[in-house]
Every structure is written in structure tokens, then in C-alpha cells.
Write a protein that binds this ligand. Structure first.
Ligand code: ATP
Ligand code: MG
Length: 400
């Protein structure tokens, strides 16, 4: 199949393919971007595969950066863009069901395409705009099917992360998973325990953030993959509930918000501990927990100035939006008003601090001073006290 038109990102990169060809090698656009072009979706990175070995690639281009020579990848800087150029390779022996023990560079495109995970991810596109389709990926694309390249069971045995990738591609592309592929994903699901948690997190997160997350969750349930992911053993019915209670067309606004929804539906008592098992950052854990706290508080009361001050407008907005995804009333108007009426948005905006109270009111440093400052902060946030030095002094004098 020959394409009439290419997106600008590919057009701009065509001279690179020509250059490699002129040097006596082969080069193709490969990977997800070729798939996305065929689906009429926007592309986000142009990956190039070539028969030239890394040293040969470096000799062809003026400006290159070694980013992963051991995997055959050289970054080429041309016309203001960066392109990852990777030597055709095969992945030899897999140890531990993850990551190959070594990669071998080869001169054959076919060998390179064979190691790729799904038929729709295994296209190559040459400088004549011709699509090379060795595994009937075009047919699968037409039928919107995700099918493993080669023997499915072997492929998931080699690298169990492909199971999570398959689930998230079904969510991002809105594709069904071909029967044999799905059966093999289920059969190999226990191997997910061998995959690094960080890599599983990335795929799970992409699944939740995808427009068709509900479809991805169906694949998660069908494969039983959840049973081999941190803290998710036996959660099939919870995922069904997730699909039922959250509006199907809802797009999560951020990863934190998506994981907060998960904490809520799965009734996770300690989100922070749960997310620690997923090896997320402390910052991420904190934000998700805060969202869960606000969401729960909102089930029995209206938003308060203190919440808006404490957590910030963006986080609360995401909570309100999540409420609407759950079919509850969101009160964005109140949020906007409360935020607008806040006299301060940060402690440091208060016109007095401990130092001033010590020097001007003769107060003593210590826990009492801290408590007084907290009360001042609360009174200002709640609109009971002006952020004015004399008013604050008066307030403090009346306290004692
Ligand atoms: P996205 O649109 O999310 O970037 P992608 O298909 O480009 O999706 P990448 O993770 O960027 O996915 O990988 C680029 C290509 O490398 C894939 O299309 C696939 O051909 C191959 N690939 C990546 N990871 C694997 C894997 N674990 N096993 C086999 N092939 C893989
Ligand atoms: Mg990609």
C-alpha cells in the first residue's frame, strides 16, 4: 500500500531516509507513529529503523548524540528536530520473562519487525511512502484488532509487559483483542509478577488516561491480569463497578485524578500505602490522597474556603469534575467564588510572621506562637480577619 500524503512530521524526516539510502543502507519509519498515520491519528514521535550499525549511522549525520548505543539507538539532530534512529535488531534470549539478555544488530528489516509486539505496531514505511506489512497488520487495522506478531504465547512469555501494553492499546485505540492473543495474555498473566512495578505503573496509568479506558478495563478483567499487579488481587468485581459508576465517556483530567477514582471505587483505606507499593513518587501519593480526602468530605458537606486554600483550585476542580463523572453534582461556581474571595493563597502572604510578633509584640518563640499564627491564618482564610497588621495585632490581643 502506498500513501498519498504523509503528515508534516514524516515529510520533514524524509530527507533522513534518503541520506541513509544514499550511504548504501536501508531506513524506514517504524513503530506506533506509522500505525497512527494509518489510523488518521496525530503522531507524537518519529522513530526510524535502519540497517546501518550505530557507528555507521553516526558517520552519516553531522550532529548525533549517543542515547542508547547498546540498544542500537542514536539520536540524530536535523532541521531543528530530534530523531531516534535504531539499528535493526533481534532480541535473543529472555531471562526472567522480561527484557532480553542481549540484543543483536541485524541487517534485515524482517527480523526487526518480527520482534515487535502487535501486528499494528509492526509496520514500516519507506521513502516512497510505501507501507511494508509483513504480518497482515493492515487487515487487523481495518478490523480494529490487536493481534500478537507470531506465536502469541511465546511473545508474552518473552516479555510479560506486552500483556499490559495490549490492554492499554485496546484502551487507547479502541481495538478488540484477537481471541488467540487474549487467551495467551490470560495464560501468561502470572508472569506479570516478574515485571518491574514501575513499568506496569506506566502502562496502567496510560490505560486509565486513554479515551476508551472502559474497554481497557474489560481486557484487564478478561485476562485476569489484575491478579498479578500490586495490591489488586481479586479485584475483578471492583473493576466492573468502576465501569458502572463512572461515566463511560469520561476522560480523566490527570493521572492523580484517575488513581484517586480508583482509590474511591476500590475502597482503598490507605491510598498512600497502596501507591507506595506501586512505587509512585511521594508527591503523587500525596496529591491522590488529598483528592480522595476532599472527595469524601464533599459527600457530606459543601466546599469550604479552607479546603480551597489548603489544596488549591486546580486539585479541587479535578475533584468536582470527578464528582460529575460519578453522576454527582459538581459545584464549580462555588469553587470559583471561594477562590476569588480568599484573602491569601499562601501562608507567606500574611503580613506578619513569627519574627514580627516577637519583635513588635514581645512574644516568645515556641509552640504557643505557632498555634497563634495558625489561628491567624485560619481566621484570614475564613474571612473573619483582614490581612492587615493592626487588625491582626488586635485579634491576637483579644485572644489572650
Ligand atoms: P505510543 O503511541 O504509546 O508511543 P508505540 O506503539 O509507539 O505507542 P512505544 O512504546 O513508543 O509504543 O514503542 C515503539 C515501538 O516499539 C512499538 O510500536 C513496537 O513496535 C515496539 N515495542 C515497544 N515495546 C515493545 C515490547 N515490549 N515488545 C515488543 N515490541 C515493543
Ligand atoms: Mg511511541
Amino acid at each position: 500500500m502506498k500513501l498519498k500524503e504523509l503528515p508534516i512530521e514524516f515529510e520533514e524526516a524524509l530527507p533522513l531516509l534518503e541520506k541513509i539510502k544514499d550511504a548504501g543502507f536501508e531506513a524506514y519509519f517504524v513503530g506506533g507513529s506509522v500505525r497512527d498515520v494509518l489510523l488518521g491519528r496525530p503522531i507524537h514521535d518519529v522513530d526510524i529503523a535502519t540497517s546501518s550499525y550505530p557507528e555507521e549511522t553516526k558517520a552519516i549525520f553531522e550532529r548525533t548524540v549517543d542515547v542508547g548505543i547498546e540498544h542500537g539507538t542514536v539520536l540524530v539532530l536535523e532541521n531543528g528536530h530530534e530523531y531516534e534512529m535504531t539499528t535493526f535488531r533481534t532480541e535473543d534470549v529472555y531471562v526472567d520473562y522480561r527484557r532480553p539478555s542481549s540484543v543483536s544488530f541485524v541487517r534485515s528489516l524482517k527480523e526487526d519487525l518480527k520482534r515487535r509486539d502487535f501486528t499494528v505496531n509492526a509496520f514500516a514505511l519507506n521513502e516512497d511512502r510505501e507501507v511494508i506489512d509483513l504480518f497482515d497488520g493492515l487487515k487487523d487495522l481495518e478490523n480494529r484488532l490487536l493481534r500478537a506478531v507470531g506465536k502469541a504465547q511465546e511473545r508474552f512469555n518473552e516479555d510479560a509487559l506486552r500483556i499490559m501494553r495490549g490492554i492499554r492499546f485496546s484502551a487507547s485505540l479502541d481495538f478488540d483483542i484477537e481471541k488467540e492473543t487474549l487467551l495467551s495474555m490470560s495464560a501468561c498473566a502470572p508472569l506479570l509478577e516478574k515485571i518491574s512495578v514501575e513499568r506496569s505503573f506506566i502502562e496502567f496509568d496510560k490505560l486509565l488516561m486513554a479515551p476508551h479506558w472502559s474497554k481497557g478495563l474489560s481486557a484487564l478483567i478478561a485476562t485476569g491480569a489484575y491478579d498479578y499487579l500490586p495490591e489488586l488481587q481479586g479485584t475483578a468485581s471492583k473493576w466492573q463497578e468502576f465501569q458502572e459508576v463512572i461515566e463511560k465517556d469520561y476522560h480523566f483530567l490527570s493521572s492523580e485524578q484517575a488513581w484517586a477514582a480508583m482509590m474511591i471505587v476500590l475502597e482503598i483505606k490507605q491510598p498512600q500505602a497502596f501507591l507506595k507499593k506501586w512505587k509512585t513518587s511521594v508527591q503523587f501519593q500525596k496529591k491522590v490522597s488529598q483528592m480522595v480526602d476532599v472527595f469524601k468530605a464533599r459527600q457530606s458537606s459543601e466546599l469550604t474556603s479552607w479546603q480551597v486554600y489548603q489544596y488549591g483550585k486546580t486539585l479541587i476542580h479535578e475533584v468536582e469534575d470527578l464528582r460529575s463523572a460519578f453522576g454527582m453534582m459538581a459545584n464549580v461556581e462555588r469553587l470559583v467564588t471561594l477562590d476569588r474571595e480568599l484573602l491569601i493563597h499562601d501562608k507567606h502572604e500574611i503580613v506578619v510572621n513569627g519574627g514580627i510578633l516577637i519583635s513588635e509584640l514581645g512574644m516568645k518563640p515556641g509552640p504557643d506562637l505557632g498555634r497563634i499564627l495558625n489561628q491567624v491564618e485560619e481566621a484570614i482564610v475564613n474571612g473573619h480577619l483582614a490581612n492587615d497588621k493592626l487588625a491582626i495585632f488586635d485579634f491576637i490581643k483579644n485572644m489572650t
